[in-house]
Design a protein. Structure first.
Length: 264
């Protein structure tokens, strides 16, 4: 009989920056700052006071957190009401906690201790600005897992890790859109699924949750080419005027990301 010890299945983590028995949140000193946006005339259009961040964070980092990444509504408060996030501790926790819970749910970790170390090291890395995710993660991850925020389904799909079946999401945040970039194709069809007008819906869905999109328009007929029903195509450029304007028009309603758009 072999006496070789078999390694446990699952991910194993050792502490690099944190310590057993010490909360990663207690390893930093914090400031309470004000974040302000002014228009060209000097009028204040946004102001948030008492934004809690580690002392070593720059004011620019503080402003990005307060103005872009804080959840603006639906966050449970101690008095039983709901409001917005006010501290980077909340944001770091909801992201790292969500990643940990999903890992535990699908047996990613070798032991519960590995899950604990995973969480602590991630929180420390976020607070220390050593390792942070993309913008859609800041916007969306953990809103359901930590705050119970749902929202109407927005046409997202996911592959169920239990049975491997592609399913439609039942709400907007239980299985969030955390990906930074998408590449879309478009068919040479005006109104059907996968066509030109359907592209606006698909791009709007992506922009709404803070992601960017690139589109391959190579299948669209050029200006003057014949159509099956008679007449000629108006060409790609006529549609691009709408495509270029869509991110700008959606910016007020979407996550406050730059809403990047690429063409191919």
């Amino acid at each position: 009989m072999s006496t070789k010890k078999q390694s446990k299945k699952g991910l194993q983590f050792s502490r690099q920056f944190t310590k057993d028995g010490v909360s990663p949140y207690d390893m930093f000193e914090y400031d309470y700052r004000t974040s302000v946006i002014k228009n060209p005339t000097g009028e204040i259009v946004f102001q948030m006071d008492n934004v809690e961040v580690p002392k070593q964070w720059s004011q620019i980092a503080t402003d990005i957190l307060a103005q872009k990444y804080f959840r603006k509504a639906g966050v449970p408060k101690e008095d039983g009401t709901t409001g917005r996030e006010t501290t980077v501790k909340q944001v770091a926790h909801r992201m790292a906690h969500c990643w940990r819970v999903w890992g535990e749910r699908y047996n990613y970790f070798a032991t519960p201790k590995d899950a604990e170390v995973f969480y602590d090291e991630l929180v420390y890395s976020i607070l220390n600005q050593a390792c942070v995710p993309n913008s859609p993660q800041w916007f969306n991850t953990g809103l359901h897992e930590v705050y119970g925020i749902t929202g109407k389904p927005q046409g997202h799909y996911y592959v169920d890790a239990v049975d491997g079946v592609l399913k439609k999401s039942s709400n907007a945040y239980e299985r969030p859109q955390p990906h930074a970039c998408f590449i879309l194709s478009v068919d040479d069809d005006l109104v059907n699924e996968g066509g030109i007008m359907d592209l606006w819906v698909r791009e709007a869905r992506i922009f709404k949750y803070g992601s960017g999109v690139g589109t391959n328009f190579s299948s669209i007929r050029g200006e003057g080419e014949k159509l099956s029903g008679g007449g000629t195509s108006s060409g790609l450029m006529s549609f691009l005027k709408l495509v270029i304007g869509l991110p700008v028009q959606l910016k007020a309603a979407a996550q406050p990301e730059e809403l990047p758009k690429w063409f191919a």
